[in-house]
Write a protein that binds this ligand. Sequence first.
Ligand code: ADP
Ligand code: MG
Length: 939
Amino acid sequence: MSCWKTFTNTAPCLQWRFWFTWCPRKHTMKALPLETVRLLCSSQVITSVLNVVKELAENSLDAGSSSLEVKLDNYGLDRIEVRDNGSGIKVTDVPVMAVKHYTSKISSHEDLEHLETYGFRGEALASICAISKVFITTKTTADDFSIQYAVDHNGQIVSQKPSHLGEGTTVCAADLFKNLPVRRQYYSNTKKCKEELKRVQNLLMAYAVVKPELRITLSHNKAVVWQKARVSDHRAALMAVLGAASVANMLPVQHRQEQPEIVIGGFLPKPDSDFNMTSSSSPDKTFIFVNSRPVHHKEILKLVKQYYTSAHSNNESVNRRYPHLMMNITIPASTVDVNLTPDKTEVMLQNKEGVLLAVETLLISLYGSYSVGDDNPQNSSKAVQIQQMDCTDKGESSVVIPTPTKDISLMDPPELLEHSSTIANKQDSELSLSNTANTSSSSSSEDWVINRSSSDFDSSHFSLSADDVVMNSPAVLNCNSPKPSNSDHGQESEISAERWSMGRAFSNQTTGECLEPVKLHVPLTNQESGTTASGPTSKGASPTKRPSNVIMEKMAKLTAYDLISNRSVRQPSSAFSLFEKDTRSLILQESPRASLQDVTAAVRERWESLGEEERKKYESKAEKSLKAYNLQRKRATEGGGQCGEGKKQMSADSSLNKAQGVKRKAPLSNQQALNKLFSSQPSSKGSPAKFSKPLPFSIATLKQSLNLFSYQNSSSAQGLRLVNRLASHGAWVVLCGRKLMLLNPFRVEEALLFKRLLENNILPAVRQQTPVQLTDGVLGGPEYMDVLLNMEKGSPGFNGDTYFTDPRLVANGFEIRIIPGSSSTERRVEMTGMADCMPFYGLGDLREILQAVKARDAKNAEQCRPLKVSNYLESEAVRLARQLPVNLSRADVTNTLCRMKQELKEDSLVCLHGKPFYQDLVTVPETEEEALKIMSSSQ
Ligand code: ADP
Ligand code: MG
């Protein structure tokens, strides 16, 4: 009314003009043009670069890919490319692949009851097409070659051409949001772009954690931002994401129940963990999954945060922290609705209370019970128990919690653990048989049932190593102080589950010590033995059958450093590793041609036959090393990574660097700094005005000390002498004769690693669904078939099949067998498995091996590595070298130089990229005049 009044009081012509311009020009309703509808809907589905990557990555995962490469140009705004090696898109599906609501994943909404894929709405590709220019290249096994399709904004194919790419799909979305100026504008801010890149990385990390077998690479503007190799289990995947130091502070947990059917598996921070290492100020590293789908679930997040903080309540600032963890909640697909938001990160749980209760039970078992507002949770006894159990070097124990569906808050917390260990014990025999240290169990409200089948839950991924099942070890049992209990009255009486689980069911009559109920013998995998601090306990399994990425295992050994708060701290050495360090070089001296595996085996043998006294010596050294580590760790965490260099670089490039993860950041920037330093030689510099300051200096004294340096120690590599470290750059000043040079130890390490990988690396072969027949034609002629047939084979199996064991095939990731027939025409040669860690690896590469054998008489794996393999190993060597700490110690560099001398030819002292290991600085002057000449020429 008042508004109308204002109108009437103003001049009439003005009133009308205003009215016409203000009033919307519509009276009839019209349907919006299809194109507009498409754009409006699509831009709701695809709201960001992150969305595009998420949708494309999920499509790749749904296609069963084991390799995922994400490449962004200009933070994804110019180009997003996602490449996989999955099943590809069938030619018949191509015309509709980018049409809205076409999907190959479900046929009707009823299928959602059994949903096993990430996608199902058939919207993503169509939506991405609407907001960008899309090219899709794809090839299935049935196709002879791949085809690249150009798709228009309506999802229609506008052109196609053959492409060289192998099996799988590559989707490339260019010029994102070109037709949505406001959205594009949002990204004009670099800070926002960097944040988005970080979000993309976090998302890929989530998939990395939940899919250990997936190889992931994220590149931005052609530089690798983050990558993860294929690994065998969630623990290794977490290590790749969070770093070894953080994972060392975590415990594998598992919970399984029926009614409601819930399985929870994962890794949680130990109750006594260092919160700096196991939490962040944002929930980026709190990886929560429902049926392997990364989700944001406020209530679950709140619960884990509460319990984590309650267990670390001794520190005020922990309240604002989110724990690093992985928790995968597996529930029947019919009980979860993921169709709430287009990006499916929110889920509605049919039995939310049940799930929350299960999560809480798991948390209680680890951290003790906690009620909201209770700042002093009754967790102490529980925490102590777990701490006590955690007596292994590896520092891991498992918590297996069967859930009673009773009100958990009424339960005495220790009881839960006791029950759980009962189950772990009862399972022993099964465990040793099944060869997986899986302590999974199921329970209903009434009874504790041992679930023999683990097929419905991929327990191998949560497999716990021998150390994990620490509850059963004698040390653990002794650790637990006996709890006064009514049932604790002599061995004759009935043995209660509780006493059994506590290891107090039987005791030695004379000594009174508890007898160990059953000892679990679980063979360690190579990887585990590599990290076992107390010494080797297993002889490596057959190398060809190793499921994990061999290179990853090597890496575990290589990264002897923890990165704590952006500073590298050397991990404590175990007695064995100290011994190994001493013995390895001895063995190499004795037999310089011994392979890495031989040396490792020899070291093990010597360790096992080592005298008591010698062993003690190493043990006490290990203790010292642990003390030093704890001290350094404390300093590093207190200092919060305030070492000058690290801090400067952090602030200069903070958010991108953070996105790259601490581990990758330091070595990369170090490498760049080194390159810069190497490329700017003093003599080649343009000479801007320099300030100079005279310093007292005596050539005679310098000469004297340098003489001492260069001739005294004849054992140093190639007469090289380490002078000092250029701490700011991680380079070393070395002296060779009178030549003063800069050494880049990382380049040497890279070359050494590459050489070793070429010699020893065995690419794991992955079984193929259908074997490939190898014929003369396929191999390039009968002469190549002859070469193959002459290669080393194993003995025939029961069915007569003979597998090739020749290292030239096996190490290059080929599994080939001969199926005998009555005549040579009936005999079949088949390729049954192949390495899948390189894209487009295949028959061509097998031919390359055979050609190398025929033409060059290649005798070992190294001599016939196909080009793809050697490129792959080269990139792995670079990646592994980058895991090394920034500042190598003098001992490390001396060791590197020794190995360089032993292993690398003198004429090949360049790194993998052709750059020299050394850079000449200056020839040390002999006379005063020479010195003056140098000084005057450099001015
Ligand atoms: P949705 O994933 O919901 O089915 P999309 O629009 O993301 O819908 O994909 C449409 C269809 O295209 C998928 O159902 C699938 O059949 C096919 N597709 C898309 N990306 C890939 C890929 N990377 N590999 C194999 N098939 C794919
Ligand atoms: Mg999809």
